[in-house]
Write a protein that binds this ligand. Sequence first.
Ligand code: NTF
Length: 806
Amino acid sequence: MDGFIREFLRELNFGQGVALSFSSINDQYLALARTVRHYLMARWLGTLRRQFETQAKGVAYLSAEYLLGRQLGNALLATGLTDIVEEGLAKCGIDLATLRAQEVEPGLGNGGLGRLAACFIDSLATMSVPCVGYGIRYEYGIFRQTFEDGRQVEQPDNWLALGSPWEFPHPEAAQIVNFAGHTETYEEDGTVRSRWIPGWSVQAIPYNYMVPGYQNGRVNTLRLWSAVATNAFDLRIFNSGDYAEAVRAQTFAENISKVLYPEDSTPQGKELRLQQQYFFVSASIHDFIDNVLPADFDLTHLPDRVIFQLNDTHPVIGVPELMRVLVDEKDFDWDDAWEITKKCFAYTCHTLLPEALEVWSVDLLGRLLPRHLEIIYRINDEFLDEVRERFGDDELRIRRMSIIAEHPERSVRMAYLATVAGSKVNGVAELHSQLLRDKVLPDFDEFYPGKFINVTNGVTPRRFIRLANPALSELITDALGVGWLTDLERLRELEPYAEDEEFKERFRAVKAHNKRRLSRVLVDRDGTSVDDDHLLDVMVKRLHEYKRQTLKLLHIVTLYDRITSGEVKPADIVPRTFIFGAKAAPGYRMAKEIIHLINAVGSVVNADPAVEGRLKVLFPPNYNVTLAEKVIPAADLSEQISLAGKEASGTGNMKFALNGALTIGTDDGANIEIRELVGDDNFFLFGLLEPEVEALYAKGYVPSSFYESDEGLHRAIDMIARGTFSGGDRGVFDGLVSNLLYDDRFMALADYRAYIDAQDEVDKAYLDEDRWTRSAILNVARTGFFSSDRSMRNYIDRIWHTPPSF
Ligand code: NTF
């Protein structure tokens, strides 16, 4: 410990340039972070050296998003230093928790997809599998959400402002990334070849981040790219006095990595976004070839050294990029290059919503990346030739399968390109993978037998159990001993404890402790609190109509109505606190109206003495990984209520179950697998099944008929429409109400009655404390399957073939 204190004070004095007595909390945090990273450094350098020596095959995970969460706690956990550091700091009069709270989390992702990437790289490091995560170092991550009069307002997320102790810039390893210009043909040795004469270029500067394995001596690398101009400014223009014009190019270049696109599931086909995608993918592929492979490496063997995993369609432009590198830069024959390329990529699809499947207009793609467009055309021509060979001139089929869509405008379907190029294509939960094969890409499934597989998502137990829930972790370790954190199926051994009175008592004490901890956090950040004796009912996830926050609201309004109308006495309802956490894409109108309505309902309910002590609605703004780590361990009930067939997997659902919340959920995504594992008795299932949803759409869905025929629903919607939550103003939620009554694309009204009935069952179950605790323990015991270590093992065995390398 003395060693630690010396190092820490050294960092404070020599790194921050302050004395302990004059240091700010931020100084102390930065010094601590640098001290801790020193402890990881030998492992990192060792990992890099061994990687170079063994030349083992590794994963290059290509992802536009990494939603990392805070780094300090995780680094301490990985090194096993937490206790020493806590004591050492205490001797200096410093509280470790205060320093941990000083860290601004890097929010370089929107939601599930980015958080999944962060869990995966954690697991690979912990499993000693070689991996480089590649992505973008956004200067501004996901916006910071505030509310004004209940409406969402977005603030820039200036996460770098107070210093960024976890990153290592390497300007000397910059890559040049080209854009625009034109292509030309030329003849060489009697063959006609094509080359790209780019119009402009930027530099990609890599920033390295440590990805520590859990107490295993390994540290992998996350490499995020930042854009800067190739020439800082034009000296000639500068000297002539036009300063703004002189730095224009710089500003333009730096825009590429300026800000994360805050759209989740509904990407907009904006030029800057395509620039971002090509920027990081091109830099990454070149980086791998130039810096990870030895200088004399024969690229024919590239598939023996790397698999580029495409995290959704965002990095798919990497496919024509690798072809261009091989054919144009490295003089490979087209067919040989294609054989290599096909083995080097695999593609994960994360959605089923048609609007989320990226397409780029040929016009835009051709302007920004003219050579890539040519390459895509040729890939498509040869692919369609193969299709014709198999199926004859089935023009409808050809049109359906073409990578190039003709309507509504000529465009490139990135998911098709990924499917044609990928050695494997996977969905992220059983149902999702099945629907992907049956509904989204059936022609491709027929054409490529065995290409489509499922790998159900997972979450890292290091962050989402050990760090987020120390009290539960201690209880588990007391029962099972150590080792479960890297072998999560061992949670099964907890099953007998579901009948053990002492264990149950301790388990309840853990929940109660976590609720009080959450309450303190909420008091501090928002001045709100959670009541100890309430059922804590939580819905945290992006705001999207398909996830149906509105259905949750209809439940709350119904309970409120039951009490205020006198139908039930307040004392007869189970007291509940509802917590929402959700960001809406800034341009998504309906999502923002739903946020407004949640806040409006919250204001009225929380101020009404008639329901005081019985119902409470909290909506802490700016839900992020940091808040998730406090909310999830405290929850009793996990809301996973998407319309069946729409949520690809969900990962929040897994985190809640692993932390001992019971799920109320539809037959959707990974909910299905959770229910199969925990058993019907320990899960509240409701709602239409996916085939029933399809049948209802097909026969013509009329939401208002449900409103007409269900009194509870009628009353709830009328309360909203009449202005109960908008000071009597009927206009405020007009759009939302009409949308529900006349469109309701995600069938909230059709599932309302089943949902309310299931919630009434929840109340009954909660009143039986013993039964509830038993179910909660069984949820923990039976969901070890959802460790991202297991997901990674699946990818490794079935897609990547990258064994651990020590
Ligand atoms: C999300 N997809 C899905 O909506 C979630 O169900 C899933 O758990 C995560 O991916 C991780 O697989 C997206 O964010 C996107 F962008 F693909 F729509």
